[in-house]
Write a protein that binds this ligand. Structure first.
Ligand SMILES: *Cc1c(COP(=O)(O)O)cnc(C)c1O
Length: 434
């Protein structure tokens, strides 16, 4: 496509005149990879079409929610009939109760749940609840994990364990992040040292069990086990941010994967989003009754939302969950995802490109380096120029992966064996040129 016939370009110009950077969420702007973002016109199944009507095989799926692919008939039906009954009431509905029942039956660590509209809101509210329930202020997060853009979470590590983090965004005063301790992911010794120093003042440890915001890095089993043990020992809450992994890596979410290796494993609080809304604005946080009853109107921790539990969003989420809990859904999705990463690894090996990859359920990641990284510092060693070449090579061939190397990829139930084969063939062509 020559630049003067690419219809994405004038759209991006119009957008940039009105919306900062031309986008409503930064990574969409292609800043890391360069070039013009594709403006999506419509999507169906595993594909979307851009302003030029070029088709792309979609491995983002709205950054995770579209686990059934786009426009699944049962989901469309549910959304259309819910919309006919009304968009929003600001009063309770039966569907909120049904969705709560559905989620709690699939993730038994939660006895109660509160529905909100975004993962950011859910994560922020979970921290407030952890602080309110424990009466403590400090909490631990890990470098490279993303929990939404609440002020106290936009923090990177300080110069040492005794110091607190530094804000990663302008507009976040130092006083707001003074209680946030940022540690290295998968570093047991550092975690133990931080608990020895601050354990009795910690409200919670917040963690992505499989960190999808540094591409794909698993918390090791010994690390997760130590997080759980130390939280229990010191009376801090373990908060699993499963906004990305929830109902994506397994029907029981990532916590069910860890429970296979750590008997009895469960978090105190779980944060959900993405898949539970099926593409509509919906997120949630939940946990044991004794903790959740600290929330208003029962308890003193305030939390509210005009559109929370929205009737159209809950219809979309409910229809999505009812599809993914059908027998064999996750076995088939896992096998498809596995076939993609195995195919990519074989293509890279055939072309002599250093490559490592991992996946769980319908979520995958890969790195243009021989060994899978264990923490953010190691992820940063990826050759970004090479990744950008790969990204654009795939894009030119109609394959859309995340436009930044720090992001996981997603396979949906709509991706066929032919889609996977076409993707692997395209990747092999691009690997030849790297
Ligand atoms: C996407 C994401 C969030 C933020 O969710 P939004 O709906 O974008 O606010 C929080 N935590 C994790 C792990 C995420 O992947």
């Amino acid at each position: 496509m020559t630049p003067n016939t690419d219809l994405n370009i004038p759209l991006f110009e119009r957008a940039k005149a009105l919306i900062p950077g031309g986008v409503n969420s930064p990574v969409r702007a292609f800043k890391a990879v360069g070039g013009t973002p594709r403006f999506v016109k419509r999507a169906q199944g595993a594909y979307f079409w851009d302003a030029n009507d070029q088709r792309f095989i979609d491995y983002i799926g709205s950054w995770g929610p579209m686990i059934l692919g786009h426009g699944h008939p049962a989901v469309l039906e549910a959304v259309q009939s819910a919309a006919l009954e009304g968009f929003s009431f600001g009063a309770p509905t039966e569907r909120e109760v049904e969705l709560a029942e559905e989620i709690l039956s699939l993730v038994p660590s939660m006895e109660m749940i509160r529905l909100v509209s975004s993962g950011t809101e859910a994560g922020m509210s979970a921290i407030r609840l952890a602080r309110g329930a424990t009466g403590r202020s400090k909490f631990i997060k890990f470098e490279g994990c993303y929990h939404g853009h609440a002020d106290s979470l936009l923090v990177k590590a300080g110069s040492g364990l005794a110091t607190f983090g530094n804000a990663t965004s302008a507009g976040v005063p130092p006083e707001v992040v003074q209680h946030t301790i940022v540690l290295e992911y998968n570093n047991v010794a550092q975690l133990e040292e931080a608990f020895a120093l601050h354990g009795k003042e910690l409200a919670c440890v917040m963690i992505e069990p499989i960190a999808g915001n540094m591409n794909f890095v698993r918390a090791s089993v010994p690390f997760m086990k130590r997080c759980r043990e130390l939280c229990t020992e010191y009376g801090a809450l373990l908060v699993l941010d499963e906004v990305m992994t929830g109902f994506r890596v397994a029907l029981g979410s990532a916590q069910s994967v860890y429970a296979k290796s750590i008997p009895g494993f469960k978090p105190d609080l779980t944060v959900l989003g993405k898949v539970i809304g099926g593409g509509m604005p919906l997120a949630a946080f939940g946990g044991p009754r004794a903790i959740m009853e600290h929330l208003a109107p029962l308890g003193g921790v305030y939390q509210a939302g005009t559109l929370s539990g929205n009737p159209v969003a809950t219809a979309c989420g409910l229809a999505t969950l009812r599809e993914i809990k059908k027998p064999d859904f996750f076995d088939a999705l896992s096998a498809r995802t596995r076939s993609l990463v195995d195919g990519l690894a074989a293509a890279a090996a055939a072309e002599g490109v250093p490559f490592s990859t991992d996946c769980e359920g319908g979520m995958f990641g890969f790195f243009l380096m021989p060994e899978l990284p264990q923490n953010y510092a190691q992820v940063l060693k990826t050759d970004s120029a090479r990744f950008n070449q790969l990204f654009h090579g795939l894009l030119d061939r109609g394959v859309y992966i995340a436009p930044a190397l720090y992001e996981a990829g997603f396979v949906s139930a709509a991706h066929t064996a032919d889609d996977i084969a076409a993707t692997v063939a395209a990747a092999r062509e691009v690997f030849k040129t790297l």
